[in-house]
Design a protein around this ligand. Structure first.
Ligand SMILES: Cc1cc2nc3c(=O)[nH]c(=O)nc-3n(C[C@H](O)[C@H](O)[C@H](O)COP(=O)(O)OP(=O)(O)OC[C@H]3O[C@@H](n4cnc5c(N)ncnc54)[C@H](O)[C@@H]3O)c2cc1C
Length: 442
């Protein structure tokens, strides 16, 4: 037996796994997906554990390839980070190209950049699966909260254009930024035409429906409570049935907690929070962000925000490193929101929720095969909207024996473990993160 766990609740936060959190996203989907819990045993070629972007990407690729694939998800499909994130579409990796080049060399950095562009193009094909096109809106502003950061951002824009041929990025000086963003908290930045924002739960559900359509068997409310090697593969144990599968993908994100110990050692779960205001009306919403883009800033604990199609401000900010989420998440997020938009002091918060993201030591995702036939893909470190569906697709195809650039590349990246082992990595790393977060205040 590799690992086993109880599933009355899930995640470091101890949230109820049976229903979506009270998010704006859960309130604005037409209907949840019909994916009945597993009842009885099954035999299959591939079993995916986790119904987020990574697992759904793999299930979709395998089903489209004509393979027998089952997916088990502890909660409703899209319950984890994929169904509740900021919806910001970032082009690239959590580390920039100079960082990648300095550590991994020019050739790997160039391959990673091409992969990032391929992942962005892949996202477009998934957005097109949804009848609302996942409410996608183009444009992403990077906003600098310290005047001294602006020169660095502009140098980065020039470097991306001159060295890497990326001309979707333009610099914004203070005046240009103020023309589109009604906040005095920022001093300049950049605008990426290829970035944007979307409704992440619509994306997850569109991927799930497409996977089902292609023949994948999806089981919501079906936690894997134990995983054990079997004669011809793996036994995926769930409360009401066992799936025997040739190969298994652990795609449990930050919510795994000891299912596969080898994966756990590479990931630190961190809670991050989002709130949406009551509808502001088209005029005020337009006034806040005139070009309708998403915005994220340069803080260590990033502020990210955007306007929803029904004219709310959706604002993400604040993290916690303990096991519990704050009791009143709206009150937790509000002071962060008011630092950027003090003009919203009297506006009520309608929805507030938290999510748990999986940070890796080098902030790059990883794929590992800790035992023969057992794969894990994880560690997106806050930029999984573009990369996780793409990497899930790549891993699914690799599991089926199809060579592909994405899998080969990510599988060769260094995948360090957090120091401190299963129990000590949390307090030591959390302390380090708290220290970094403190620097945002000065
Ligand atoms: C608050 C927040 C904001 C974010 N904002 C952004 C953003 O704006 N842009 C961006 O690019 N990225 C963002 N991210 C990161 C992004 O959401 C993730 O990188 C991405 O969703 C990871 O997808 P995943 O499939 O790996 O994990 P998840 O979506 O977390 O999926 C894992 C699933 O596995 C299930 N599971 C766990 N254990 C078991 C088990 N034993 N049996 C069955 N199922 C199990 C969980 O219930 C969960 O649904 C954010 C994340 C958070 C939390």
């Amino acid at each position: 037996m590799l690992g086993s766990r109880s599933f009355e609740r899930a995640g470091p936060s101890g949230e109820d796994i049976r229903a979506f959190p009270g998010s704006f996203y859960a309130a604005t989907i037409a209907e949840p997906i019909d994916a009945p819990a597993l009842a009885g045993d099954a035999i299959t070629d591939y079993c995916i554990i986790g119904g987020g972007f990574t697992g759904l990407g793999a299930a979709l690729a395998l089903a489209r390839g004509g393979h027998r694939v089952h997916l088990v998800e502890a909660g409703p499909i899209g319950w984890g980070a994929s169904g509740r994130n900021g919806g910001q579409v970032h082009v690239g990796w959590q580390q920039d190209l100079p960082w990648l080049e300095a550590r991994l060399g020019r050739t790997t950095a160039a391959a990673l950049w091409q992969a990032a562009l391929a992942a962005r193009a892949h996202l477009d094909t998934l957005i097109a699966l949804d009848e609302d096109a996942c409410d996608y809106r183009p444009g992403l502003i990077h906003a600098d909260h310290r005047p001294g950061m602006v020169a660095h951002t502009h140098a980065h824009v020039a470097m991306m254009r001159d060295e890497w041929g990326y001309d979707s990025l333009i610099p914004l000086n203070n005046e240009a930024l103020r023309a589109v963003l009604a906040s005095e908290a920022y001093h300049g930045g950049s605008f990426d035409h290829l970035g944007g924002h979307l409704h992440p739960l619509k994306l997850a559900l569109a991927m799930a429906r497409a996977a089902q359509h292609a023949g994948a068997r999806l089981h919501a409310n079906t936690p894997c409570t134990a995983l054990a090697p079997d004669t011809d593969g793996w036994r995926v144990v769930t409360p009401h049935g066992v799936i025997r599968a040739g190969k298994v993908l652990d795609a449990t994100g930050a919510y795994a907690r000891a299912l596969v110990g080898e994966t756990d050692a590479h990931v630190l779960p961190i809670n991050n929070y989002i709130a949406t205001t009551a509808p502001l009306g088209a005029d005020l919403a337009h006034e806040l962000i005139r070009n309708g883009a998403a915005v994220s800033d340069g803080r260590f604990v990033v502020y990210y925000f955007r306007v929803t199609p029904d004219h709310r401000l959706l604002f993400g900010g604040g993290e916690s490193y303990g096991y519990r989420m704050p009791r009143d998440i709206g009150a937790f997020v509000r002071p962060h929101m008011l630092r950027v938009f003090p003009q919203l002091a009297d506006v009520p918060i309608d929805h507030a929720w938290g999510g748990t993201l999986a940070i890796s030591p080098n902030r790059l995702p990883f794929v590992i095969e800790p035992r023969p036939g057992l794969y894990a893909a994880n560690g997106f470190s806050g930029v999984g909207v573009v990369l996780a569906p793409w990497l899930g697709d790549a891993v699914g195809r690799a599991m089926a024996g199809e060579a592909n650039m994405g899998y080969d590349l990510v599988q060769r990246l260094p995948a360090p473990r957090f120091p401190g082992g299963r129990w000590m990595r949390w307090p030591t790393q959390a302390l380090a993160m708290r220290f970094m977060a403190l620097r945002d205040r000065f």
